[in-house]
Design a protein around this ligand. Sequence first.
Ligand code: TA6
Length: 296
Amino acid sequence: MTATLSPQALNEQYGIPHTLRFESAPGGRLVRAVVTGDAATGVIYLYGAQVAEYQPVGHKPVLFMSRQAHYREGQPIRGGIPICFPWFGRKEGEPGAPAHGTVRTKNWDFKAARKEGDNLVIDLTTAADHYELLYSVSFGAQLTLKLKVTNTGPFASSFEEALHTYFAVSQIRQTEVLGLKGHEYLDKTQNFTRSTQGADPLEFAAETDRIYPTMADNCVIRDPGLHRRIKIEKGNAHSTVVWNPWDEKAVEMDDLADDEWATFVCVETGNIADSKVTLEPTQSHEMSTTITVEKV
Ligand code: TA6
């Protein structure tokens, strides 16, 4: 199995009538799987194993995707759920290394697709350094993501990981994130100064870029404009990141339209900084997150 299989070959091998099909993405270079399940629709790119769309039946789209996203090899796709691995942000001691690791800008191998009740589950794999990665995405009334990492090398080694989820919101100024109170964070807008979050909810009135390295609790996004709450449950994930670039930073980003910053918030599940993971040879670690939308 190789990630360079054509949509036609993938359809022959893994396609499921009325439920799963493969196609070329805009621009024709990347391949994506389109899910039309009983409980939800979705899209996942083989490039980066990046979930780009998720919409449970009866709800509006849950994920944000930039109108100006690049769909070409060598560049990350702006929106959906990029996977950060084996480091988060800048690599320590290597300023030239790509931000957020190497797996979001490579083609993954499509491994399997199966129906489980109303859900459609897709497995993709890749390797990075001396790690093997298995990513399982279950599209249903909830979206469940599981990232399993195995150390295939001869030595113990450590990594960081994150599911850098872009949630669509009606308006960032009215959006609230709950569950962070009392947790320490590294403020990237203040040169990574450490502070403790005093109050719940977190509201947005300026650029926000915070790593909560030891925040394993679940979070909730409250969006009164869309009349919904998004619950983010975490398994084996001890860090949370919250990000919105605000207007000035957004204008500098060529893969984001100037008005789009106000319509998303990233709430990211991961293991970062103080919570990086160390694996002995042959050991595995699985992190997961489940996203649930509720009307209010
Ligand atoms: O998760 C927050 C963050 O690390 C921010 O600092 C911001 O730069 C963002 O990710 C996007 O990073 P990217 O490399 O995708 O432009």
